[in-house]
Write a protein that binds this ligand. Structure first.
Ligand code: FAD
Length: 316
């Protein structure tokens, strides 16, 4: 089912905010088996609205991304969303990937431009391919009609290549106008930056759900690596707090859990439809956050949930 339809159903029934989980394809067969067990545990315990799988930079994980997304859709008990980037892809290759996704039961795509492939500084448009994510959204709509639910990326701090925050917002609107039905944001640690972005989106007429991307701090090193890579603004208070506990992994995890809970509670006041968690393929922090927020619904309370029987459809 399309994620936007699930969100609409929830809204009609006055449900509390949903949550969804992002995973990335592991490099080894054993890693993939472990990830599937983890996804099953998380789906079983927490009942997320959907789970999505990243598309490695430059298409480096395309096969695994399609296969894991398909497995989620068919066997995990939740809806799948597959990331797809246009980097390094001709139009023909994009269509091959979309056709395969369709054949394998995937109904939702997060349409992205993509980052430069590893070792390449600046992003370059592929020859014989598309340029912006809005082109990809338009292409999917033109060629596949309403078959796929389409999400796109939004940047509360503005995208790094954007000429200005205003330009970036108008390009975000282009993606929605081209047919995207929801926005998932880049990670952020300054709640006010997200709130400002959210309000500006509404002011310029973006009416679709805007789902904040929440990345719980799971380790000091990982946090620094990720915020440096994404050029994320981190409030001084958070940096000071972390500096004091950086040698104690458990304390850092606990801090990350509490910080994410605080952020979700604050954003919930703005009528946010849901929270999207970057799990980093780990479960402990996300399980703690979702439980503590009191958002977990039982199957009976959540009729939009996939039928558990689908898990028995075939061999995994
Ligand atoms: P676009 O929307 O195309 O924007 C890219 C830049 O071009 C922006 O600066 C924008 O302002 C500008 N722009 C857009 N349209 C125009 C126009 N018409 N004229 C001039 N300028 C324009 N990367 C991966 O490789 N794999 C993933 O799985 C992945 N998942 C992600 C998930 C989320 C939720 C997010 C937020 C990001 C993800 N990324 C992923 C990173 C993303 O690919 C990069 O941030 C990439 O640099 C931009 O992608 P985009 O789809 O936002 O691009």
């Amino acid at each position: 089912m399309k994620i936007i339809d699930l969100i609409s159903e929830r809204k009609k029934e006055g449900h509390i905010p949903f949550y969804s989980f992002e995973y990335f394809p592991p490099k080894t067969e054993e890693g993939i088996i472990n990830l599937k067990s983890r996804i099953e545990r998380m789906v079983h315990q927490l009942n997320p609205l959907f789970a999505d799988v990243t598309w490695g930079a430059g298409g480096s994980t395309s096969t695994e991304t399609i296969n894991i997304s398909s497995w989620i859709e068919r066997y995990s008990g939740t809806e799948a969303m597959m990331h797809l980037t246009l980097t390094n892809m001709t139009l023909e290759q994009i269509d091959t990937a979309i056709e395969e996704a369709k054949e394998k039961g995937i109904k939702n795509i997060l349409a992205l431009r993509g980052d430069p492939p590893r070792g390449q500084e600046a992003w370059r448009p592929p020859e014989g391919g598309l340029h912006y994510a809005s082109d990809l959204v338009r292409h999917i709509k033109e060629k596949y009609g309403d078959y796929f639910g389409i999400a796109v990326a939004g940047y509360p701090e503005g995208h790094v290549d954007a000429t200005s925050k205003e330009d970036d917002l108008s390009h975000l609107k282009e993606k929605v106008d081209a047919g995207a039905d929801l926005i998932i944001t880049q990670l952020f640690y300054d709640d006010d930056v997200f709130i400002d972005f959210y309000q500006k989106c509404r002011e310029i007429g973006i009416a679709c759900p805007i789902i904040p991307g929440i990345m719980p701090i799971q380790s000091y090193q990982g946090f620094h690596r990720m915020t440096t890579f994404c050029k994320t603004k981190v409030p001084q208070q958070i940096l000071d707090d972390l500096e004091a506990i950086k040698e104690d992994e458990d304390e850092v995890k606990k801090y990350g859990i509490n910080l994410a809970i605080k952020t979700c509670k604050k954003l919930a006041e703005y009528g946010i439809e849901g929270f999207h968690f970057y799990t980093l393929n780990l479960e402990r922090s996300v399980i703690a956050i979702v439980n503590e927020l009191g958002l977990v619904e039982t199957e009976r309370e959540a009729p939009w949930r996939k039928v558990a029987g689908r898990r028995d459809e075939g061999v995994r």
